[in-house]
Design a protein around this ligand. Structure first.
Ligand code: GDP
Ligand code: MN
Length: 344
């Protein structure tokens, strides 16, 4: 009879059912979170969402990193809301300080010039150390030694949709090395010489550059000069699920060291996002990179939100598909360009 013995709709799995269906977690994957002690409240809000959406069924471990020692309050505060093992690491001084070849007076002058040009974070020294750390050092932290895969999470980001499969396993099983949710164009005034420095590297080390790569993702032709230039496309690195061995490779280390010597992390304000993206474009093929279209994500001020109505409903998303960056800011987004290249 009507209403009797009614079965739940397929999208209304119970936690227990999902637990039983979930495949075991990979044993070499972890979340990586760089944070300050003052980020505790914003981070807890994010972690509660991430656990509800995904990790309460997998219990992936977490590695928290900081340039200052974490306080007991921070350690207890995050442990209260997560279901995986947590480790807390201090970043070694060599990975968060000025290298001896950097002229700190020149760096200060350049910060002041950038301030006059209204560059975001123009004056911040810590922001520059953070970008350099995320570009060249996070994957060398000893707490990450046991891992091959990482998922980068930042305080205050949101996961507005249920995540009904294991993204680590997905990447591994599909031979992907890097993944993103949001891809946009960088502000050129943060990276005036990053493009030319990268071209010099390629010229000096052609032996390191594979024949097949996805350089087209980042290159455009200047209509006036006819010369190739950076289209400013990059993957937004506040979200990354990727393979640590790519960053640990000799090719990437050589590229990072070349950039580091050039000084742009301090004389300009090179972000880890364009650095990672130029490296991916140089060393990887588009089929080794994945866009998680179905991963709801928010980092102020941009969203990634599933477009397909059935997916949106099944995953219980609270985001608005029209707010998704490739829809709302189609001119600024690089996701379409990636899809065209990757044939997705
Ligand atoms: P934005 O996303 O580019 O505006 O930069 P954020 O302020 O979100 O910083 C990026 C990441 O680095 C976040 O995970 C921050 O918590 C972290 N972060 C930024 N600055 C520092 C710092 O000085 N020390 C530490 N330990 N973490 C930092
Ligand atoms: Mn951020």
């Amino acid at each position: 009879a009507e209403g009797e013995g009614e079965r739940p709709a397929p999208e209304q799995h119970s936690e227990d059912q999902e637990q039983a269906e979930a495949q075991p977690r990979l044993d070499n994957a972890a979340f990586v979170i760089l944070a300050r002690n003052k980020d505790l409240d914003d981070l807890r809000t994010t972690l509660i969402q991430l656990e509800l959406a995904f990790n309460s069924r997998y219990h992936y471990p977490y590695v928290f990193l900081n340039d200052m020692p974490f306080t007991d309050q921070f350690i207890e505060g995050v442990q209260e809301v997560i279901s995986g093992k947590a480790e807390f690491g201090l970043i070694p001084k060599e990975h968060w300080s000025y290298p001896d070849w950097i002229d700190q007076d020149k760096a200060r002058q350049r910060r002041e010039e950038m301030q006059r040009q209204n560059v975001f974070y123009a004056m911040s020294e810590s922001y520059r150390h953070m970008c350099r750390f995320n570009s060249g050092f996070f994957y060398l932290h000893p707490l990450l030694d046991p891992y091959e895969w990482y998922w980068r999470v930042e305080p205050s980001v949101q996961f507005p949709c249920h995540i009904d499969y294991d993204p680590f396993r997905y990447l591994r099983d599909h031979n992907k090395l890097y993944s993103f949710t949001i891809s946009i164009q960088e502000y050129p005034n943060t990276i005036p010489s990053l493009w030319n420095t990268s071209l010099s590297f390629i010229k000096e080390r052609p032996d390191l550059i594979p024949k097949e790569n996805m350089w087209q993702f980042v290159e455009t032709t200047n209509p006036t000069t006819g010369l190739p230039e950076y289209n400013n496309c990059h993957f937004w690195s506040n979200f990354e699920i990727a393979n640590l061995n790519f960053w640990r490779s000799g090719e990437y280390r050589a590229y990072f060291e070349y950039l580091d010597r050039a000084g742009g992390f301090f004389y300009e304000r090179w972000g880890d996002a364009p650095v990672h993206s130029l490296a991916i474009a140089m060393f990887l093929r588009s089929d080794q990179v994945h866009w998680f279209e179905d991963m709801g994500y928010f980092h102020n001020p941009l969203w990634n939100c599933p477009q397909d109505a059935e997916v949106h409903k099944r995953l219980g998303c609270y985001c608005d598909p029209k707010q998704s960056v490739q829809v709302k800011h189609a001119w600024w987004s690089c996701t379409q360009k990636f899809n065209a290249l990757a044939g997705q």
